[in-house]
Design a protein around this ligand. Structure first.
Ligand code: PHE
Length: 339
């Protein structure tokens, strides 16, 4: 066989290797061409009949046939083996590291509301709710807020219509509950509030409060202090201190503002508590008889206390968050720390 003839046969052999459907067919091609009594040894034997120049050229092409066919067979064999390994069960390697899947977690604000709710449940409170869009009556008038009070102005409060606002506090839920329920009453009301505040490290135009209302035959400031202090210990730990300062709210009389000692520095002073050792949580007081009048509860027969609670403030000292804006930016790297 001369060089040209061998080249033709070579193309045939390579095509057979490419066309083999599985490892067995591949092995048959190898035996047919490269086996001891196969085509290639037979071709080699014919070379002796050629003149030296032709023999050298034919020998070169025959060698090409051997090398290229061997490579083609090896490659296809490796491909078949890889495919089998992928599909066979024995390919499962228990020593490989597992696949990581990110788990979500509750937002810190949700965590605080859920924990606080659970604590107040143990103290006999049930959860009441009200809408974010409120009437001016529920948010201000029924809460004994004078017509001229600055908090009513459109520069402080978001008005949707003349008598429709985004609630500035959860206190209107007190009104809704007292209009619909006979005392004794013991409710908390977690929810969103809205104020036209310029956003900074401690203020946000949208924030959360938990309102508390307790109405019974005999309720005093001592009940308020005791219950808020008990809550604080359950929420922050036994070492927390609670401080009450005289204040004014139209819907409570007397009124206080109250602070928790800073959980981050233990009261020594740090960035989160602005180096005062205390964090202002919100206001509270005894229900003003004028509010009872608005909702038709006999102020001679009933007394009550009410408190607000800033959820973001509690989250900030509980988790050591220095900037309230972190709570609203939904940066996954920040939120992932609360899982
Ligand atoms: N609603 C008041 C505020 O947002 C807090 C408060 C609630 C005060 C209940 C007294 C009683 O500042």
């Amino acid at each position: 066989m001369n060089a040209t003839e061998i080249a033709t046969v070579k193309a045939e052999a390579l095509a057979e290797a490419q066309g083999a459907a599985d490892a067995a067919a591949l092995e048959a091609v190898r035996i047919k061409w490269l086996g001891r009594s196969g085509q290639l040894p037979a071709i080699m034997k014919t070379l002796g009949t050629l003149v030296p120049d032709e023999r050298r050229e034919a020998g070169r092409v025959a060698n090409e046939l051997k090398n290229e066919l061997t490579t083609a067979l090896d490659e296809r064999k490796a491909a078949f083996e890889a495919a089998t390994a992928r599909t066979s069960a024995s390919a499962f390697d228990a020593t490989l590291p597992g696949r990581w899947r990110a788990l979500g977690s509750l937002h810190p604000i949700t965590q605080v509301i859920e924990r606080a709710t659970a604590i107040f449940r143990t103290m006999g409170f049930t959860v009441a709710t009200g809408p974010d869009i409120e009437t001016v009556f529920n948010n201000f008038t029924a809460l004994n807020t004078p017509e001229s009070h600055p908090s009513r102005s459109p520069s402080d409060t978001f008005y949707l219509k003349d008598d429709q606002i985004l609630r500035t506090q959860t206190s209107p839920v007190q009104i809704r509950v007292m209009l619909n329920q006979k005392p004794p009453i013991r409710i908390i009301a977690p929810g969103r509030c809205y104020r036209r505040d310029t956003t900074d490290a401690t203020h946000s135009a949208n924030f959360h409060q938990i309102e508390g209302l307790y109405v019974d035959r005999q309720v005093s400031l001592a009940d308020l202090k005791g219950d808020v202090s008990h809550f604080a210990k359950q929420m922050m730990g036994p070492d927390v201190k609670v401080r009450f300062r005289p204040h004014f709210f139209p819907f409570t009389e007397p009124s206080v503002e109250y602070d928790f000692s800073c959980h981050v520095c233990g009261g020594k002073g740090c960035r989160v508590c602005k180096h005062s050792g205390w964090i202002e949580i919100s206001g509270a007081g005894l229900v003003n008889p004028r509010v009872f009048e608005q909702v038709g509860i006999d102020a001679n027969a009933w007394q009550g206390y009410a408190f607000g609670m800033g959820v973001e403030r509690i989250a900030m000292i509980l988790f050591g968050i220095g900037d309230i804006r972190n709570l609203y930016e939904n940066d996954a790297r920040f939120l992932a720390q609360f899982g």
